[in-house]
Design a protein around this ligand. Sequence first.
Ligand code: HEC
Length: 109
Amino acid sequence: MTNTIKIATCIAAAVFGLAGCFPKASGVIMSLPVESKEQILARYDEAQLQEGKAIFASRCTQCHALKDPASRDAAAWNKILKRMIPMAKLDDAQGQLVRAYLIANSEEK
Ligand code: HEC
């Protein structure tokens, strides 16, 4: 093996090894369309939003204080949650309920 190949192999191992430390969102979560508050409110009922709130309150406090749903608009939540749902290790159903609750209560725009 030439030195160049050795170095390239080391770099690749380091990069892929590191990537393994960051959980990846499932295909379902990653491919959710960007939805507005109105679209979410049309698709989810009050019981589902309350369930999302409960999951949010119990699972999104492991690393930082709870964020205020109204601190961000729907567009921001759509984006941030693709990163945070896997961080909280939520399954697809739980992730979608938390997302529905946060978008439903997001900042008015
Ligand atoms: C495993 C730890 C962990 C868990 C669990 C977690 N977060 Fe986070 N969160 C972080 C870290 C670290 C940051 C700051 C770095 C960043 O933005 O990626 C952050 C940042 C944020 C931000 C600010 C990001 C921005 O760009 O403005 C929001 C909002 C947020 N988290 C919401 C949530 C929600 C909602 C959940 C539950 C689904 C959650 N977090 C669960 C670690 C976590």
